[in-house]
Design a protein around this ligand. Structure first.
Ligand code: MRU
Length: 364
């Protein structure tokens, strides 16, 4: 099927809708590449376009790309001309390979696809292709709905860690945009703000794609939460000066021992927080915990195109010399010894993480 992309332009900036949603038999996603300058929603009718735009970061943030991939699989079901459920399963499996390859680090992507495939493999011999298509879509919708509910639960647990008057550092974007709605670490900050606590947020700008300066600042603006953007290398200054009470970050994949993979720069932030005795809390839905990996060195780390680093401009001119080379590592791993506690929807998990994280994931 030919890829179909429709653009809807909303003249008023707002985030009163979900980041990823199903409407009129299409997947719709807010285009996060162009925020905050423009607010546009793209509509998708085929899974290959979804996979391409996960890679291109129209949608980003671990839970959001999990939901996008789930709806992408639903689209693959409707694209397929299969007449039997067995034929359709073959097409779904081949689409799942394409979708899973879109980005490697966030485990939510594979988790969402596998959850749907596990569900369908139980049922495919009983019903026809059409009911299988509906089952895939229903499960994708459930994944999206659960994400919002889980984020709100995590936010309640995390907000209890924030005191009135706290200044917190936040890295990357973990808000409504990084999830289906509400967010993980930024959801915690948002909930604490709604509880009436005065909070000040220092927003790491998050080179090279500037998710902090562009997306987190844009969200905080709408929530009315006071913030200042800092360059990533400024965090250590404020931590050492005693101006920061807590750090909150998200995670793309957390290993069974509590090692946390997150946006590049998180490790340096955790080191500086630890050196200055400032609590460091990753906010991690259990869908982001990969119990199959015993420690963080096993987490696949995405390396993106160097042009994202080299394309930076200053005073309207490209910064790097024309022939410059660059490395663009998208994530790093913070070892569990630097982590104070991991906020999950089942409560805040404290060391020893190799024992307690598993209990939280399995709901024990
Ligand atoms: O490369 P991105 O923008 O997808 O990276 C996002 C992050 O690193 C987030 O912190 C992470 O996905 C968790 S937020 C819900």
């Amino acid at each position: 099927m030919v890829s179909m992309i429709l653009r809807f332009v909303f003249p008023v900036y707002n985030i009163s809708m979900r980041t990823v949603f199903w409407e009129d038999n299409q997947l719709k996603m807010i285009d996060q590449r162009i925020l905050p300058g423009r607010f546009e929603v793209i509509a998708y009718k085929d899974h290959k376009s979804v996979a391409r735009d996960i890679t291109d970061m129209v949608v980003r943030g671990a839970p959001a790309i999990g939901a996008a991939a789930a709806f992408g699989l639903a689209l693959a079901g409707y694209e397929s001309a299969a007449k039997t459920s067995a034929e359709l399963m073959n097409d779904l499996r081949s689409a799942s390979v394409t979708l899973k390859a879109a980005r490697p680090t966030a485990v939510n992507l594979a988790w969402a696809i596998d959850r749907i495939l596990n569900k369908t493999s139980d049922l495919n011999s009983l019903d026809g292709a059409d009911s299988l298509r509906q089952i895939v879509l229903d499960e994708a919708q459930r994944i999206a709905d659960e994400d919002v509910e889980i984020n709100k639960r995590m936010a309640e647990h995390g907000a209890a860690l924030i005191n009135d008057g706290d200044t917190v550092i936040h890295h990357c974007n973990t808000g409504a945009l990084a999830t289906v709605d509400w967010g993980t670490a930024l959801g915690v900050i948002h909930t604490a703000h709604e509880q009436g606590k005065n909070i000040h947020v220092l927003v790491d700008e998050t080179r090279p794609r500037l998710q902090g300066a562009r997306l987190t600042a844009w969200e905080l603006e709408q929530y009315g939460i006071p913030y200042e953007i800092i360059s990533d290398n400024t965090a250590g200054y404020f931590l050492k000066a005693g101006k920061v009470q807590k750090c909150f970050v998200g995670s793309d994949r957390t290993a069974a021992n509590g090692d946390v993979a997150n946006k590049i720069g998180t490790y340096m932030l955790a080191l500086a927080a630890h050196d200055n005795g400032v609590p460091f809390y990753p906010v991690v839905p259990t869908s982001t915990v990969d119990l199959a990996l015993s420690h963080g060195d096993l987490i696949p780390i995405e390396e993106r195109d160097p042009s994202e680093v080299l394309g930076l401009e200053f005073m309207g001119e490209r910064v790097a010399p024309e022939n410059a080379k660059a490395r663009n590592i998208a994530f790093d791993v913070t070892p569990n010894r630097l982590v104070t506690g991991i906020v999950t929807e089942n409560g805040v998990v404290y060391p020893p993480f190799d024992v307690n994280l598993k209990k939280a994931v399995l709901g024990e």
